[in-house]
Write a protein that binds this ligand. Structure first.
Ligand code: GDP
Ligand code: MG
Length: 435
């Protein structure tokens, strides 16, 4: 499917006369394919229809960018619009110093309990004092599941007793807080296999008693078409503040994310990427947009066309290439989507990387979080990273000192390689990571 959509579009549109601006006919033909791609990615059909008509309106009459053909131009517009619809930039909940209560809701099996554990780990590593509340009294094993996760992460778990009223739970939370104050409380709730009036009332009552600062809907990426009605109903009944999409490590292309976001307009904060506690990542709209379109090849073409941007990146002497530059470049690269192919497009990149160093999304994410945990002074002058600083940075990034050592070493090697390449090319400054 991935190739066919791109090829088909190119074939059809290249046969149409090449114009400077997109014509009504071109857009119409292209959008038929785009709608199919959205449906295959399990985007709700109503959403797909509305989305397509919205982009079509914008597309007709649009100038076709220099090196793109009409088909690629349409895909670019659709891709851009998908990113916007999915929220644009990656966002995270804004927490206060204290008094944060995060209320997790969703259908049974969506991943609420797992995500509660993941969030506990995520925020504990950021220095938060976390308390979990096991409020799923529906399933006998649910509280035990959360207790186990709490133990693994090292945070306490307050278990709601059978038959306890929301007011009593509130009371017990207050008592806990007086003994052992926590600035972030995450509440795991019960779910059902389907939207259920009884459950909604229960959730609304508990929500009223606990007064959460965030109410997050956990949506299984595999939900498909149903994601729309689930998100809509939960939003109507418990007024969501954000979304978490789980199981993005599976086959799902991300259509559920688009549907849920489209109907609620609420930000998608995180993506679940494994069953493990470490399987939580910020949600990146650009990556998911590419995945929904499932058009690595066509997007790749567009990226190549846009390579000019990459090459025009500030030219810099190898000597001055510091960790902040590395971070900025990695982020710029990441914004452009699938990495594997792209990385090869950067002149000198493959040679600049130390042996055995494979660049994948996770790796980039890791490097990002390590450099992000450094002060600007440290990024600009990595030499000052002594043992105690490395220890602090490692803790901040939730990793080991040995990883920081590797990063510093890698940066040194990249610098050396750049110096060498610069000598070879006659000592001029270089764009990107070399060449
Ligand atoms: P709940 O009923 O909403 O609390 O769902 P659970 O947290 O119990 O998760 C249901 C199942 O989905 C469990 O087997 C989890 O391990 C699994 N799960 C949750 N999140 C993810 C994820 O992001 N990726 C994968 N692969 N599995 C997940
Ligand atoms: Mg659960």
């Amino acid at each position: 499917m991935f190739e066919t959509l791109g090829n088909k579009l190119q074939d059809i549109l290249e046969r149409l006369q090449r114009e400077k601006t997109l014509t009504d006919a071109q857009v119409k033909v292209a959008m038929r394919e785009i709608r199919m791609a959205l449906l295959e990615a399990d985007v709700n059909f109503g959403v797909a229809k509305e989305f397509v008509s919205r982009v079509s309106e914008k597309a007709v009459g649009q100038e076709v960018l220099g090196s793109l053909n009409a088909g690629q131009m349409v895909v670019k517009l659709v891709h851009d619009e998908l990113i916007q619809t999915l929220g644009g930039e990656s966002k995270q909940p804004t927490l206060k110093n204290e008094g944060n209560v995060v209320f997790m809701v969703g259908l049974q099996g969506a991943g609420k309990t797992t995500s509660t554990g993941k969030l506990a780990k995520f925020y504990k590593e950021k220095g938060r004092r976390v308390l979990l509340i096991a409020a799923d009294t529906q399933r006998p094993a649910a509280r035990e599941q959360l207790r186990t996760l709490g133990n693994q992460v090292g945070v306490p778990v307050l278990e709601v007793a059978n038959g306890e009223t929301p007011a009593q739970t509130r009371q017990r939370l207050n008592e806990f807080q007086q003994q052992d104050f926590r600035d972030l409380v995450i509440v795991d709730t019960a779910g059902r296999l389907q939207i259920d009036e009884n459950l909604m009332t229960q959730l609304a009552d508990l929500q009223a008693a606990l007064q959460p600062t965030e109410t997050l809907l956990v949506v299984d990426a595999m939900t498909g078409q149903e994601a729309l009605s689930v998100a809509k109903t939960f939003d109507e009944r418990v007024n969501l503040s954000g979304l978490i999409i789980t199981k993005m490590d599976g086959d799902a292309r991300g259509g559920a994310a688009l549907s849920a976001r489209f109907v609620t307009g609420k930000p998608i904060y995180f993506a679940g990427t494994s069953e493990k506690l470490t399987g939580l990542e910020p949600f990146y709209p650009d990556r998911v947009a590419g995945r929904i379109l499932g058009m690595g090849d066509v997007l790749g073409l567009i990226e190549r066309a846009q390579q000019a941007d990459l090459q025009s990146m500030e030219t810099k002497k190898a000597e001055e290439f510091d960790l902040e530059d590395l971070l900025n470049q990695l982020r710029q690269i990441r914004k452009m989507g699938p990495l594997g192919d792209l990385i090869k497009l950067i002149p000198g990149m493959s040679r600049a990387l130390p042996e055995g160093f494979s660049i994948d999304e996770k790796q980039i994410h890791k490097i990002d979080s390590m450099i992000s945990s450094m002060t600007m002074k440290e990024r600009r002058n990595p030499k000052i990273l002594n043992a105690s600083r490395r220890k602090r940075v490692a803790a901040g990034a939730g990793t080991q000192v040995s990883e920081i050592n590797k990063l510093v070493k890698m940066h040194e090697q990249m610098k050396d390689m750049m110096k060498m390449l610069q000598r070879m090319s006659g000592g001029k400054g270089m764009g990107a990571l070399g060449g």
